[in-house]
Design a binder for this molecule. Structure first.
Ligand code: G3P
Ligand code: MG
Length: 356
């Protein structure tokens, strides 16, 4: 293994401030770059009146692919090179839980069986998906028929040596990305939550022994191609909790969420930014003075940035709200940004002007 080469100090790189960007509703909508985003990236890469280059990272609640794939998409959309070293998505911090759950985990969401592969790459050893369960017992979800492709990509648990699904014990549930079939995924999450200690196809008498359930984020809505916001994973999380209560005679289900606005996610981002500044720009001389966080969702982006700022000593986490996504101009944001600007390009101009 060769040690990474740290680049020499570059006076044209901003050493005391950086940017962190949310993606959906700030840089991209419905798979297309927001027009000002391309120019904003150019400005950060030196096309500004000071000729200065500014370090930046990306922090999205989205997911469903390998980080490397997501970076390739983003590189194309923004016409720059985006490295996994400057990118965190909703499920990235779940990697750290692969040490805690060494048995079977249930992974939900995303296209086909992709999230199984992502989870395995994070170190989870035995990953099952709703597709595997439906393949073993099609009565699990009365109205979902697996496509040929899905069936082929699903594990054949009964052929692997399990006598029945009752032999499978789920240690934890991870909702990695948006469900593609809410009804069957809800049914399966509910079955596991109401089971005897995660054992499939059993029912608990107490409803107090289901395994932990983790969602990669908590956004009830997000900004996609449609003119109005679309329902997101946070909506499914709410439904899971409400339906559990309804089906168990009033028992409460506590689930967990990663992503923004969790301060842990921003701490993860701090470590990433530190590494990125060192590896990419040779800036390994401690903390950055100001991180401008640019987001469109007050409940996730602004709330999280402000909370991080309150907790973090030495770095000013500066929240900037844009008007191109979830936040609607003229309304009162539930969490107040330090500044609101029309687009991401204005946020970059604002930050650079404030620093220079
Ligand atoms: O599903 C993705 C969405 O909830 C938010 O993505 O980039 O706005 O954090 P982003
Ligand atoms: Mg967003």
């Amino acid at each position: 293994v060769t040690a990474p080469v740290t680049p020499a100090y570059d006076p044209d790189v901003a050493d005391d401030f950086a940017f962190a960007f949310d993606i959906d509703g700030v840089l991209v909508r419905g798979g297309q770059a927001i027009p000002e985003a391309v120019e904003a990236m150019k400005m950060l890469n030196g096309e500004n009146e000071y000729g200065i280059r500014v370090p930046y990272i990306f922090l999205t609640n989205g997911g469903g692919k390998f980080e490397t794939e997501r970076c390739k998409d983003l590189s194309k959309q923004l016409e720059i090179e985006v490295s996994p070293g400057q990118f965190i998505c909703g499920h990235t911090p779940m990697r750290e839980l692969s040490h805690a759950y060494k048995g079977t985990v249930l992974v939900v969401g995303g296209e086909g069986q992709k999230c199984r592969e992502v989870a395995k790459s994070y170190g989870f050893r035995d990953v099952i998906t709703p597709g595997d369960i439906i393949k073993a017992n099609s009565a699990t979800a009365p109205f979902r028929k697996l496509s040929e492709e899905d069936a082929a990509a699903s594990r054949d648990l009964l052929a692997e040596g399990y006598k029945s699904l009752k032999d499978v014990v789920v240690e934890a549930v991870f909702v990695f990305a948006d469900s593609r079939d809410w009804a069957s995924d809800l049914q399966i999450i509910m079955d596991v939550a109401m089971s005897q200690g995660g054992r499939l196809e059993t029912r608990s008498h107490t409803f107090e022994e289901g395994p932990p359930i983790y969602f990669s984020h908590n956004d009830v809505v997000w900004s996609a191609a449609h003119e109005h916001v679309r329902l997101g994973m946070g909506a499914l999380r709410r439904i899971v909790e409400v339906v559990f209560e309804e089906c168990t005679g009033g028992k409460k289900l506590t689930t967990h969420a990663f992503g923004k606005p969790q301060v842990g996610t921003f701490e993860f981002a701090t470590r990433l930014l530190q590494q990125w500044r060192a590896q990419q720009h040779g800036l390994d001389d401690g903390k950055v003075g100001t991180v401008y966080f640019v987001g469109d969702t007050p409940e996730s982006d602004i709330r999280g940035t402000n909370a991080m700022n309150a907790k973090c000593e030495g770095t000013d986490w500066y929240s900037i709200l844009v008007k191109t996504g979830v936040y609607q101009d003229g309304t009162e944001p539930a969490y107040k940004p330090r500044v609101t600007v029309p687009t991401v390009l204005d946020s970059v101009k604002y930050g650079i002007e404030r620093e220079m």
